[in-house]
Design a protein around this ligand. Sequence first.
Ligand code: MF3
Ligand code: CO
Ligand code: CO
Length: 283
Amino acid sequence: MTALRPVPEHIVRPPYARGAPDPRPPLVKSPEVIERMRRAGRVARAVLDEVLAAVAPGVTTEQLDRVAHDATVARGGYPSPLGYRGFPKSLCTSINEVVCHGIPGHRRLLDGDIINCDVTVYLDGVHGDCSETVFVGTPTPAARTLVEHTFQAMWRGIEAVRDGARVNAIGKAIEQYVKPLGYGVVREFGGHGIGECFHMAPNVLHYFERRNRQKLQAGMTLTVEPMINAGDARCALLSDGWTAVTRDGSLSAQFEHTLLVTRDGCEVLTLGDDPRPFFQRGA
Ligand code: MF3
Ligand code: CO
Ligand code: CO
């Protein structure tokens, strides 16, 4: 394995990257922490935009990793994936049948691929996490349809978030949208609470589970990040211990935002100035 990309000394590392125990922060954030979450979310969005702009046929996923790493560090952040539970890179790159947690490497992007780039930034003591799937060159009609529906599915989930709702309202909304389409909603990986910790409670399932009934409260911050497979929902794990793929080899797409639960809905902390996903923006 190649050496980890260096991070300048002045960048503050998350606890797991300095051998410190993970904190056990309260799920409901203080106004001061929320303000820091807004900044981490904005930086994660800016970094993701830079990464997505670099996607093109012939580019390697390792080159995208460099863009993510440098763009994060340039903004004073630490790239959260780097060294997280042994993850070796600063970005997750998941191509075609890869469901999530693809490790950047020598793979070159090809015309017709779809790729999800997942950026997480640790800034000022908190994480911001977001991802999008984009087309490399011209997509097949089936790939375009899957990506469009996955984006819609994420928004159905986001629209179910508000103070007092149960967390399983998110999965219910996503499943209701996806089921008639004949796609599979991935069950092995979910969204998560986020803040001082990269991953914390609540566990956000993207399918309906009666027992996933923790109440959402204003001031909680969490991600919604459905992975939708064109075929069967089931996943397999490659021998690198990270890369999750569809069992049947079908395409998989994903979108992710970090949200703040509010009285009557939520604030999308990773939205940025342009609410359109990258795949719908003009060149
Ligand atoms: N960003 C991913 C998520 O949405 C987690 C990546 S963990 C890593 O939760 F170690 F693979 F980076
Ligand atoms: Co996440
Ligand atoms: Co993520």
